[in-house]
Design a protein around this ligand. Structure first.
Ligand code: SAM
Length: 211
């Protein structure tokens, strides 16, 4: 994959993110190319991540009031955030879901043996998830296009979401924090907290528990 192709891919990712966050129905136009793009990047994805890419996610996980029993890493890629969550919470069951079957296969191949009993990966589209309502106490989106209605559906009452962008506003898939807060607030999330580590940023939010 050439540098030109990588740069075009980054521009496409930002365009798709901006468009789909504003108009989720546009996803059906962006979906095939997004999937192809990440299928092609799967073999080299992990090598492209910097060592501290997930530092702001770790900071957000540190501040969770209690460990989740079940966690979902949406748009898991090669599973790096799923592995981080599993290591952070040694009793949690973690699911990594991704649109790209090549990413899922790579994540499965890269799963450390000590995590294999608690971390599993499956192909799924975040726009229409194959999970029960309220299935996860924690959902992580690391460098991932959000689909807010589905996200809200699968988080349990009182559960948490973390949005992480490994290069902050320079991340190709990036959503401005004010937009994230607005979309989440309108769906009953609160208790927002921001984290920074190196160039990475994360936003933590808690879903209302109906009381
Ligand atoms: C920029 S990569 C991030 C991968 C990983 N979270 C990380 O930070 O290393 C975005 C990932 O989201 C996946 N993705 C994009 N749209 C998706 C969707 N609607 N449902 C599930 N996965 C999606 C892509 O296939 C890709 O693996």
């Amino acid at each position: 994959m050439s540098q030109i192709e990588l740069n075009l891919g980054r521009r496409f990712a930002r365009l798709a993110t901006d468009a789909v966050v504003r108009r989720p129905w546009l996803w059906r136009l962006f979906r095939p190319l997004t999937r192809l793009q990440f299928d092609r990047m799967a073999p080299r994805w992990t090598a492209m991540r910097s060592a501290d890419a997930f530092a702001s996610l770790e900071a957000a996980l540190d501040s969770l009031p209690q460990p989740p029993g079940r966690a979902l890493d949406l748009g898991t890629g090669t599973g790096l955030a799923a592995f981080a969550v599993a290591r952070h919470f040694p009793d949690a069951e973690v699911v990594g879901a991704d649109l790209s079957e090549a990413m899922v296969a790579q994540a499965q191949a890269d799963t450390p043996p000590e995590l294999a009993g608690r971390v599993r990966f499956q192909a799924a589209d975040a726009a229409q998830l194959p999970f029960e309502e309220g299935a996860f106490e924690l959902v992580v989106l690391a460098n991932m296009i959000p689909f807010f209605d589905e996200l809200e559906r699968v988080v349990s009452p009182g559960g948490h979401v973390v949005f992480m962008f490994s290069a902050g506003p320079e991340t190709p898939i990036w959503v401005p924090p004010e937009r994230l807060r607005k979309e989440l607030e309108s769906r009953g999330f609160s208790d927002f907290a921001d984290f920074e580590a190196g160039v990475g940023t994360s936003l933590l939010a808690r879903k209302g528990d109906g009381n």
